[in-house]
Design a binder for this molecule. Structure first.
Ligand SMILES: Nc1ncnc2c1ncn2[C@@H]1O[C@H](COP(=O)(O)OP(=O)(O)O)[C@@H](O)[C@H]1O
Ligand SMILES: [Mg+2]
Length: 232
């Protein structure tokens, strides 16, 4: 039996709200195998983003355990977790999250430099060429369209060659044409880097591209909707 790349065991997330603690994730148990692509679907507020954050080590589970690549993220201190994320996780958000004062090239090179990559700028350049932005590398985010900004964010997430790529509604702010292009790039990067992809989407037709679909409802897994796949 191979170790799952991600293993959640009864993972829960409770956050402090104004009227007391709010239960956001309520006992998620889930194994993801290397090379799988997992689509997370479910209504707004069902906990998709929260689950993605817990899987990516960006949010700490309140109870239960979360193992990634065989390591228990719930047992790491902040520094260990930050380093682990930097080395193994690539994250793409709906709203791009680029640093506005840095060029496209600098945005992609920064995490590589922080990770001690020697040829950070050369590699960043190559990643930007891969996403079709070879001629836009010196542009700032404000000088780029939404689709272009998301390409930069994809290049940034993929450049360190993370084992796990996490994307939270990566096409949510894009029109259909740009969204489709981003999806193609995302799955292309996954294939090229042999990464495991976890993607939140509220569009079932986008989730269909994943090898497996999980539906959330009220902070729990509703149905493991493998059967929903097929038509696309
Ligand atoms: N920081 C927070 N504090 C309190 N409640 C939160 C916080 N973040 C999210 N929530 C609540 O947790 C639930 C799940 O949110 P989220 O994971 O963003 O859902 P989804 O991505 O499926 O729309 C929602 O009810 C939301 O209001
Ligand atoms: Mg969300």
């Amino acid at each position: 039996m191979t170790t799952p790349i991600l293993a959640l065991n009864n993972a829960a997330l409770t956050l402090a709200g104004n009227a007391g603690p709010v239960s956001i994730l309520r006992g998620i148990t889930l194994n993801v195998q290397r090379g799988e692509s997992l689509g997370l679907i479910g209504p707004s507020g069902s906990g998709k983003s929260s689950l993605l954050m817990v899987m990516g080590g960006l949010e700490r589970a309140s109870s239960g355990t979360v193992h990634a690549l065989g390591h228990d993220m719930t047992a790491m201190d902040e520094d260990q977790l930050a380093r682990f994320r930097r080395d193994h996780m690539g994250v793409v958000f709906q709203s791009f999250h680029l640093i506005p004062t840095m060029t496209a090239l600098e945005n992609v090179a920064l995490p590589l430099e922080l990770g001690g990559v020697q040829d950070a700028f050369t590699r960043a350049q190559a990643e930007l060429e891969t996403v079709g932005l070879g001629t836009r590398m010196d542009h700032y985010p404000s000088q780029l369209s939404g689709g272009e900004q998301q390409r930069v964010a994809l290049a940034r997430a993929a450049a360190p060659r993370p084992a796990i790529l996490l994307a939270d509604e990566p096409t949510g702010n894009l029109d259909g044409k740009n969204g489709a292009a981003i999806m193609d790039l995302l799955f292309g990067l996954r294939d090229r880097h042999d990464a495991t992809l976890i993607m939140v989407t509220h569009a079932p037709e986008l989730a269909q591209r994943c090898s497996r679909i999980i539906r959330l409802k009220d902070g729990k897994i509703d149905t493991e909707a493998e059967a929903e796949k097929g038509a696309a």
